[in-house]
Design a protein. Sequence first.
Length: 676
Amino acid sequence: MSSSASPYAQGFFRVAACTPRVTPADPAANLAATLQLAQQAHQHQAGLAVFPELGLSAYAIDDLLFQDALLDTVEDALDSLCRASQALLPVLLVGAPLRAEGALFNCAVAIHRGRILCALPKTYRPNYREFYEKRHFASAADARGGELRVAGRQVPFGSDILLDFPRLRGLVLHAEICEDLWVPAPPSGYAALAGATLLANLSASNATVGKAEYRRQLGAGQSARCIAAYVYSAAGYGESTTDLAWDGHAMIHENGELLAESPRFANAPGLIFADIDLDRLRQDRQRTTSFTDCASLHRARLEAFRRIAVDFEPPVRPLALARRIARFPFVPSDSASLDARCAEVYAIQQQGLARRLQACGVQKVLIGISGGADSTQAALVAAGAFDQLGLPRTQILGYSLPGLATRAQSRRNALALMQGLGLSAAEIDIRPSCLQMLEDIGHPYTRGEPVYDISFENVQAGERTSHLFRLANQHGGLVIGTGDLSELALGYTTYGVGDQMSHYAVNASLPKTLIRHLLHWQLPRQPAAVRRVLRRILASAASPELVPGDSPQRAEDTVGPYALQDFFLYYLSRFGYHPAKVAYLAEQAWGDAARGDWPALLPEAERVAYAPAQIGHWLAVFLQRFFAGSQFKRSALPNGPKVGSGGSLSPRADWRAPSDAGAEAWLDALRRWTPP
């Protein structure tokens, strides 16, 4: 779990995109520039370094590509680079014009530890506007022999080559060149279906207005469609500007997400790098069955791919992880994305509830308003849904249901919220009915003994829900559930006639951390009276308020910090990661309170850090509660809208699991990997 451990040991692979300063038609100078960046990639312990298209000759040299003196010098440069690579860790992908079968090919040459692994020719040659590649190059479709001789070596040749890394689970590399990405059916798409998880593009895409954004879209889209990483490096400063300009644009995408991007139009050589999460790609492909279906439809073409094993030894020395791990994976950290996310969440919840009301022919809902965050979110959603339907908010029947440990402040917050939102507000004291049930079952509390056990707590939770259901029968309405995703994951709900049950559960796929940010987002959007109560609610710790005492009962004392537990939930349910990797990621995200990427709406007081021992302890709590003993509650969930791709625990949506499973396999894995 140490932050100084090697990312390679946790399923990551470091890639670099390099943009050297190119000298037209000077392979010796370009070799020196390539080696300089290759050595930097080695110092960063990258496993792959991708260089631009035709980087050893330069791209914009036109008919000089037909000069044997130049082509011979390119092969000399490849020979020198091959020998120099013996001392370097990364696989190098460099661009070179190569002669084969009586033609000239635009190639990506893969080199590692003194060996030319293969040469992959470009398939699609642009011959429009400023491009005239068909004048110089043959297509990969014209290659026949499967091998070529280069720099005195006979090497595999063709676009049908995959580089396999046996020591790194899930890592298979394929390279394509520039225009190959811009066509309707890129070669990398077939390579991904054949097993490639890491796709590289050696490019000489020139700069024009608006083109950079289109490149980003291409890289993001191809990496997402292929469920792969995509490393892109384009030619930069030094290329001939006779008629074109070059921006040296480099990007690294992973399954649609931009991990790193270079500055454009830099005059100096550049290198960006990032750690690719191979486990994420592998897990996503396993879950996306349509990916396998697509591969089956192209089986004949995919079977033609050749695999070459790469003898790559992953580094084991400590390295800082070269990617940002968000503390709140359900919550964007930048203001613009967070604003859009919050607006969309409310829209999904409100539409789900509005449609359910229309389908049932019901025009009233009932909500138990506790004065806490979850019921506040449900009330805001209901108010928005009724506004959409053109129904008066007075047909939202809000009930404060104080029990044996309800604080006066919570009662005031509940009443103020209902009044501020314009709901019908009422209070029913459930203490008499709770005491009657406790007496009926012979609970020691009724004999004056301060016994606050599970039955004491659940009598109150059950009475609240029982009252709401009977009130719904009386008024012809639906009970709106207020429970959230975090509580469902931890089994921190009362089963049956308790907070686990409702007619429609609007918050069922919202984690605690997201709900708090949704309420923060609402502050400037509500009238003054609602803003005041929202601030008080957000200043209060999450509490079921079921146990009397001088200090309010804190849910996190029992189940752990929701910020951590939501983090664990995301990576275990969404990706199925090994507990050791989840702990490693949590330490990367939560080990430093000073890191400046907190969500924009999070108060300073909530910006904390967690030590490795704390992470290990609360992860063990999560594993026990999530995998053993609480699935039966999730298996009987009421309906509710799925909100985010991060997951839902509905048995009808993202999570199907047996109610009788245990947690020992996960706990044992954590014990074996967590340091004492």
